[in-house]
Design a protein around this ligand. Structure first.
Ligand code: FAD
Ligand code: NAD
Length: 397
């Protein structure tokens, strides 16, 4: 049986590693296709973006994790999927066919059609996109030294105060003192402004913890503006919905995600490019096509969609792998519908500060920061054992 996995992020990689663990050699012909030769730890990306962690610490070469005797790896971009013809087209023109398909192509940035955003804003999306941010921040410090009348070079705007925005400004605020020292700049010139459309940062999260996050970030010098939608991004900065303009040399957009645009062309129902899958995570009407992670949408018992997270993507990957093993060995799936086990959420606010909910507990400060590291290190352990934890893990950072 030919099993084809598209994407080696949290969902796709977990599917592949579970199949690798459970299947014997030659039980199936498994292929994984991914744009890059590596998996990246998205949950740490805010740190290399700010420059507090080297970029190579968030990259893990896929060949260090997969057994090439069991899994064939193709480094290519998927450009088209035909569910009808059971085929996948790659950018180099190759056509792949399959018996079972797992689509785990992650998400795209949600721009909400905001003018100038694609052209002028940076995004925290991939290893390459965060490299650009890090380099650009340093360039802005150097540029300000050459043209000290332009204080806007050192105004950093972050659009959106969801988890990505909050984690990034926390990290950036930690980096600024180092940069000021390195470039001999008065810290008072530097501004970090986090702009959020909703009435509060982290909309929908525990109010007490949101309060704590605001205090911590303000204490680090971050300016937070809520009830303030960004309307346009230009080469000079941003224009807000109220018409106000803020000059800035750097705009980082963290305003949300939608599914991968490839999903829109599958001919099945989608919500913001995320496939509405059946209770077994399959494309409706297809018994051998699974869509997982940020590329699909799953609802809780109150028909509220689960947010797109690594946590759910990993559980979906494990579930789908078990179903595939059963398909291979028994000719049918054995498991009940997918059920997400929510374990909590912890968000970093920079060095030794975080907030989170874990089970019934609300945690903050150092405890939450340690919990975040534990969660992230646990993931590394699940894919690469202790050696990977020591190589790529975070300890008291
Ligand atoms: P991804 O992990 O994005 O993987 C998709 C893979 O597909 C990538 O390797 C990509 O290169 C590849 N790909 C995409 N398109 C193509 C193509 N056309 N051809 C070939 N390959 C392709 N979630 C949490 O649960 N906890 C956290 O702490 C957390 N922190 C986060 C911090 C940041 C800064 C960000 C941005 C997100 C965070 N998330 C967190 C969300 C989490 O990262 C995503 O929900 C998760 O990565 C989704 O997994 P996935 O497998 O669907 O997609
Ligand atoms: P998000 O959708 O959670 O947050 C985006 C924020 O941008 C929202 O608060 C929204 O109101 C705001 N926004 C939208 N348009 C705006 C505008 N025009 N002007 C100003 N603000 C605007 O997106 P995210 O933070 O990138 O998170 C994406 C997913 O990844 C979520 O599911 C999140 O839970 C997950 N994530 C989790 C963690 C964690 O668990 N530590 C960290 C990062 C991301």
């Amino acid at each position: 049986m030919k099993v084809l996995i598209l994407g080696a992020g949290y969902g796709g990689l977990m599917t592949a590693l579970q199949l690798q663990k459970e299947l014997d050699y030659n039980e199936a012909e498994i292929t994984i296709v991914n744009k890059h030769s590596y998996h990246y730890i998205t949950t740490h990306l805010h740190a290399p973006a700010a420059g507090t962690l080297p970029t190579n610490r968030v990259k893990i070469e896929l060949d260090d994790l997969i057994d090439r005797e069991k899994i064939n790896r193709i480094q290519q971009e998927v450009v088209e999927i035909s569910l009808e013809n059971k085929s996948v087209k790659l950018k180099d023109g190759q056509i792949l066919v399959y018996d079972v398909l797992v689509i785990a192509l992650g998400s795209d940035i949600e721009t909400f059609g905001i003018k100038g955003l694609k052209e002028h804003a940076f995004v925290i999306r991939s290893v390459n996109s965060v490299r650009l941010i890090r380099e650009h921040i340093e360039y802005m410090f150097a540029k300000y030294k050459a043209e000290p009348d332009h204080s806007e070079y050192l105004t950093f705007i972050v659009g959106g105060a969801g988890f990505t925005g909050i984690e990034f400004v926390g990290e950036l605020a930690d980096r600024v003192p180092e940069l000021c020292k390195e470039f001999d700049v008065n810290p008072e010139v530097v501004r970090i402004i986090n702009i959020e459309a909703a009435p509060t940062v982290l909309p929908g999260f525990e109010p007490n913890l949101v309060e704590h996050a605001m205090e911590v970030l303000k204490g680090k010098g971050v300016e937070i503006r809520t009830n303030t939608p960004i309307k346009e991004v230009t080469a000079e900065g941003v224009t807000l919905a109220n018409g106000e303009q803020i000059k800035s040399g750097t705009v980082v957009w963290t305003g949300g995600v939608r599914g991968n645009k490839i999903i829109d062309n599958l001919g099945i129902e989608t919500i913001r490019s995320r496939a509405k899958v059946d209770p077994y995570l399959r494309a409706p009407g297809y018994k051998d096509i699974f869509i997982i992670g940020d590329s699909s949408i799953v609802f809780d018992e109150n028909v509220k969609p689960y947010p797109p997270t690594a946590q759910i993507a990993v559980q979906e990957g494990e579930y789908v792998a078990k179903q595939i093993v059963s398909l291979i060995r028994n000719g049918e799936m054995k498991l009940k519908p997918f059920k997400f086990q929510y374990r909590g959420t912890v968000a970093s606010l920079g060095r030794r500060e975080a907030i989170g909910t874990v089970g019934r507990w609300k945690i903050k400060g150092m405890t939450a920061s340690l919990m975040k590291q534990l969660i992230d290190n646990r993931y590394l352990y699940s894919i690469g054992g202790l050696p990977l934890v020591f190589k790529k893990g975070k300890f008291l950072g």
